[in-house]
Design a protein around this ligand. Structure first.
Ligand SMILES: *Cc1c(COP(=O)(O)O)cnc(C)c1O
Length: 455
């Protein structure tokens, strides 16, 4: 198909995710045909720097020889076989590799195919775990704790533990009950608090809500260190550790959703490592295959697993499984992705790029329309505001974040905002000179978008 025909068919038949199709039709988005390294090329021959890791999943680049080869070699053996009643070589090898690298104690690997399912599985496992504990409790545990503004995916269970109002509200009646813990980020605090005062309030609320609901809580779910989709909201140091201490004290399993923060983006392979935390469940997806193929894992501890370990006729089995569970091509891509972390010293690269980003972001610190700059590793959120003093937002209809995206795209860089937060999410393997290019273009795009709109 030619470029124009592709666009027509796209507009007529492809329903894009999280997209108002009316706006999409007017916009002539690039239609990507190929990629190489950290660039994507569209059908009209224009090339773009991939500044958001193809929505947070690419790790070592596109068309990485080692990953391509691993998939081809697996393709010459078999593309897929089921894990129901059979086992497979790549799924076994990947499980061993994940157990070796994850925080100590996470011994079991349950496969699925998206971040949402990884979370859904952890929620269901936690719920069933309590029902099957050796000493049953009086009250069933039917409540989950989650963070305010949390994002854990789009299936009904994962939306139930989500805290982004526009996604949550419309499905309200379908969702199960969750208690929201106030998000400990000082920038968006109620007026009556100082920054320090608000963080203290959040700590107190965390403990209060856990204590108050201790007998009903089936699990506490958190995005460790950074709440990505909320607009790159960063928790203060020590917060995750505190959550672990409290949940451990009251016997509440902790689910760490590292779908976004995992695979090196915060500076360590897993964000939990930075606070010495072992969760009861660890959810991974997005970057696990290097951004090549859909694969997710839910890791669990021996203690969780033991509650399911019984004779078949006891019906303590975890009755859940997706058809493509542990897909061989995807597992092969994941194995190659993990090995590249060693051979390419990807974490060292993240460390250097973290520094580069910190230095470049300092250029924006006095910008009249930058309210806050948030960074953890190579995850960055630049919050645009109409007024720095009052933190007043731009009118929503202006779609300032979106305008920045369009201005950056005209200069050959792909980024995607979260509201008026401009997100930089370079792949962990991106070379430093491209990080510089990303900053050059995006900073100029911020100025251009504001100039065109405010003037
Ligand atoms: C993207 C994301 C998910 C959902 O993953 P999908 O693969 O899109 O289902 C879940 N949790 C977090 C933290 C995410 O960033």
């Amino acid at each position: 198909m030619k470029s124009e025909e592709l666009r027509t068919v796209d507009n007529e038949h492809v329903w894009h995710p999280f997209t108002q199709m009316r706006a999409h039709r007017d916009e002539s988005v690039p239609i990507i045909e190929s990629g190489d390294g950290f660039f994507l090329t569209d059908v009209d021959g224009r090339t773009y720097l991939d500044g958001i890791s193809s929505l947070w999943c690419n790790v070592h680049g596109h068309r990485v020889p080692a990953i391509d080869q691993a998939i081809r070699e697996q393709l010459d053996k078999v593309a897929h076989s089921t894990l129901l009643g059979l086992a497979s070589v790549p799924s076994i090898e990947l499980a061993a590799e994940l157990v070796r690298r994850a925080p100590a104690g996470l011994m079991k690997v349950f496969y699925s195919d998206s971040g949402s399912t990884a979370v859904e599985i952890a929620l269901k496992m936690a719920f069933q775990y309590h029902a099957q504990k050796p000493v049953p409790e009086e009250q069933p545990r039917d409540l989950f704790a989650c963070m305010q503004h949390a994002y854990h995916g789009d299936t009904i269970g994962s939306v139930s533990v989500g805290g982004i109002a526009i996604f949550h509200q419309i499905f309200g009646k379908l969702l199960f009950e969750a208690v929201q813990i106030p998000c400990p980020t000082a920038y968006h605090r109620p007026d009556e608090y100082s920054a320090a005062g608000y963080l203290e309030f959040c700590e107190q609320e965390l403990e209060r809500l856990i204590v108050e609901n201790q007998h009903r809580l089936a699990a506490f779910i958190i995005e460790p260190l950074v709440q990505g989709a909320a607009g790159m909201l960063m928790h203060p140091p020590g917060y995750l550790k505190r959550v672990r201490e409290l949940t451990a004290r009251y016997g509440i399993p902790l689910i760490a959703d590292e779908v976004a923060v995992g695979l090196g983006r915060t500076g360590t392979m897993f964000a939990c490592e930075q606070e010495g935390v072992t969760p009861d469940f660890l959810c991974l997806a997005k970057g696990i295959t290097g951004g090549y193929l859909p694969l997710a894992v839910t890791m669990a501890t021996e203690e969780i697993f033991d509650a399911f370990d019984a004779e078949p006729e006891e019906y303590k089995t975890f009755f859940h499984g997706h058809t493509y569970t542990g897909n061989s091509l995807a597992c092969a891509a994941a194995l190659a992705t993990l090995k590249l972390f060693d051979t390419q010293q990807t974490l060292e690269n993240v460390k250097q790029n973290t520094q580069v980003l910190t230095e470049r972001l300092a250029e924006l610190k006095d910008h009249p329309h930058v309210g806050e700059i948030r960074q953890k590793g190579v995850m960055v959120g630049i919050e645009l505001v109409a007024d720095r003093e009052s933190k007043a937002a731009f009118p929503a209809a202006w779609r300032m974040g979106h305008r920045v995206t369009l201005a950056a795209r005209r200069q050959g860089v792909i980024v995607r905002p979260l509201g008026d937060v401009v997100v930089l999410m370079p792949a962990p393997g991106m070379p430093a000179d491209l990080i510089g290019q990303l900053c050059d273009v995006v900073f100029a795009a911020i100025d251009e978008a504001i100039r065109l709109q405010v003037a």
